[in-house]
Write a protein that binds this ligand. Structure first.
Ligand code: PLP
Length: 334
């Protein structure tokens, strides 16, 4: 059975490196959305929590419920207000209207739009927001923003830092309760000279891939293994798989391994060379539940570096990892 191995020591190393940069592990918010970027939310969440991380960040209430026993606080990023919010979770407020719909006494973090124009309220809406918060007895616990290009060499990062500073001042002007602020994602953590007393939302850096530069010396956590279903000799002139797009130019020992696009791998169409971890190519089109290559024994590593697949498919490593099906077995190893 194919399997994902997750290195506990690599994950702890990455958390340690981030904690050093930020000043304390208590200021790390572990972003574990989308099954922890395909790694496995519960498995990663357990390690993060034992490591001393107290806050997690997820996409939905469903994800929050899965992790609720592990963390002191869980921030739900993409919640659509229902009026029946869970008092234990913290909900991101992505627009003013959400403040009117969410259940009174809900805990919230205000998302501030500082340039990305994806989610959050405008800086000019802060006073109105705080008035609604007070009127509706919402429990404001923090505010945050998200960088649109922290992984790029552009001025945007600095513009947004400045805008967020203004937003923080404005919030403090109208609200005097205790709040936490957070803006830095992985690439921003890597590049920042000074995070001040903010918390950070660490996503991909936890899992060993850097977005801006490798200043943290990260180690990749996930490796993907496939097991042999069958093997045979592919004779000269014979072709393997759908459409027969790979043809043997000499007799070769080939095997079929038990991972395919049904397991969340992007579908290789047999064109161009897509390499497995040991440098051997996949032969012919990938099937839903398998692919073929030369016979390399019972178990092979498909990848331990998602960048190779991301580059081949013209996408980002996030896209390769997050699609790995939750039905693939996952095991934590040292
Ligand atoms: C996904 C996400 C993050 C984490 O981003 P990384 O680049 O993976 O560190 C942080 N904040 C928000 C709002 C996100 O959606």
């Amino acid at each position: 059975m194919s399997e994902i191995l997750l290195s506990k020591s690599a994950y702890e190393h990455n958390l340690t490196q981030i904690a050093k940069k930020v000043g304390s592990k208590k200021r790390i918010i572990a972003v574990l959305k989308d099954n922890a970027y395909g790694h496995g939310a519960l498995l990663m969440g357990k390690i993060a929590s034992e490591f001393g991380i107290e806050i997690a960040c997820v996409k939905s209430e469903l994800e929050a419920r899965e992790l609720s026993r592990l963390f002191k606080s869980i921030i739900v990023l993409s919640h659509l207000p229902t009026g029946a919010e869970n008092g234990e979770f913290i909900y991101a407020i992505n627009e003013l209207r959400a403040l009117e719909k969410i259940r009174p006494n809900s805990q919230i973090h205000l998302a501030i739009d500082t340039l990305m124009h994806r989610n959050g309220i405008d800086i000019t809406e802060i006073e109105t927001a705080i008035n609604i918060i007070k009127k509706r007895n919402l429990i404001l616990k923090g505010a945050f923003t998200h960088f649109r290009a922290s992984d790029e060499h552009s001025g945007d990062y600095f513009v947004q830092k400045e805008n967020f500073k203004q937003a923080k001042d404005k919030i403090k002007e109208f609200f005097d309760g205790e709040l936490i602020f957070h803006s830095h994602n992985s690439a921003a953590i890597e590049r920042s000279a000074d995070i001040g007393d903010e918390y950070v939302r660490a996503g991909m850096a936890q899992f060993g891939y850097f977005g801006f530069n490798d200043s943290l010396g990260l180690k990749r956590v996930l490796s993907l293994y496939a097991d042999r279903i069958s093997s045979r000799v592919l004779r000269t002139g014979q072709s393997v798989g759908y459409g027969g797009v790979f043809t043997a130019t000499s007799d070769m020992n080939i095997a079929t391994y038990d991972l395919g696009y049904g397991d969340g791998l992007l579908r290789y169409n047999g064109k161009g060379e897509l390499y497995l971890a040991n440098g051997k190519p996949i032969l012919g089109k990938m099937s839903m539940d398998s692919f073929s290559s030369i016979d390399m024994g019972e178990r092979i590593c498909v990848f331990d570096n998602a960048d190779i697949w991301a580059e081949f498919f013209g996408t980002i490593n996030y896209d390769i990892l997050v699609k790995l099906s939750p039905t693939i077995a996952r095991r934590v190893v040292e």
